[in-house]
Ligand binder design. Structure first.
Ligand code: SF4
Length: 230
């Protein structure tokens, strides 16, 4: 496991809880709009030992309520489950961020009671998924399996999509609405450019374009919302 980053406090990442966020290195996607490009490849290096992280969390007991595990893609780390168990033994709630491409790991963690909240990225409509995830011939069934599992209501969760001009069109949001119908928490975020982006050159959508996507989503996901958009 590569422990590549630690945000010591966040009020935003874990809904309803003051939390710390741990960034794990490595990812099985290459989303061209990825903002954590330094975390996804073999160049990602551990910055902390497991004991350093656990020691920090021991000291913050009673101040922090939860720990967000993000990446990269956390479900790739073979020792994720024992790591989460150690954090839970300290009394923390766990939020897992995932791209949903390892449904068997997601299910195992949830069914073993090791996760309290999941945020799963929905990268695009199903026909456009390979392009948005940067993976040729993506096995969309694995993504569908994770999404269906979460929609089954085993625990609180959210789906979220980053809309990127040059990658997405209205067609994506028509499909996502039908696919994820009834999702209780869906957030549509706009692309933000930064120095860390894997493939620079993409643009955000206008507010009017985002509203048109949201209106299409709301036909099937009435609670769909914009996030981080003024
Ligand atoms: S945005 Fe894509 S490439 Fe980047 S960490 Fe998330 S899933 Fe991996």
């Amino acid at each position: 496991m590569k422990l590549c980053g630690l945000q010591k406090t966040t009020l935003l990442d874990f809904p309803g809880h003051v939390a710390a966020t741990i960034f794990l290195g490595g990812c099985n996607f290459r989303c061209p709009f990825c903002h954590n490009s330094g975390l996804i490849g073999s160049e990602a290096k551990s910055q902390f030992s497991e004991e350093e992280i656990l020691s920090f969390l021991r000291k913050r007991k009673g101040i922090l309520e939860g720990v967000c595990i993000t990446g990269g893609e956390p479900t790739l780390s073979e020792d994720l489950e024992p790591f989460i168990r150690k954090i839970r033994e300290l009394g923390y709630l766990i939020k897992l961020d995932t791209n949903g491409y390892r449904p068997e790991v997601l299910k195992s963690l949830v069914l073993n009671g090791l996760v309290d909240y999941v945020a799963m990225d929905i990268k695009a409509g199903r026909e456009n998924y390979s392009r948005a995830a940067g993976v040729e011939n993506i096995k969309i069934k694995d993504i569908e399996e994770s999404a269906a599992f979460l929609l089954g209501g085993a625990l609180p969760f959210e789906f979220r999509t980053t809309a990127v001009k040059g990658i997405h069109s209205l067609r994506d949001f028509v499909d996502m609405g039908e696919w994820l119908a009834g999702c209780p928490h869906y957030y549509l975020q706009n692309y933000l450019d930064s120095d860390q982006v894997l493939c620079p050159g993409y643009q955000p959508f206008s507010r009017e374009e985002l509203d048109s996507f949201l209106n299409v989503l709301k036909l099937h996901i009435p609670n769909a919302m914009l996030r981080g958009v003024d």
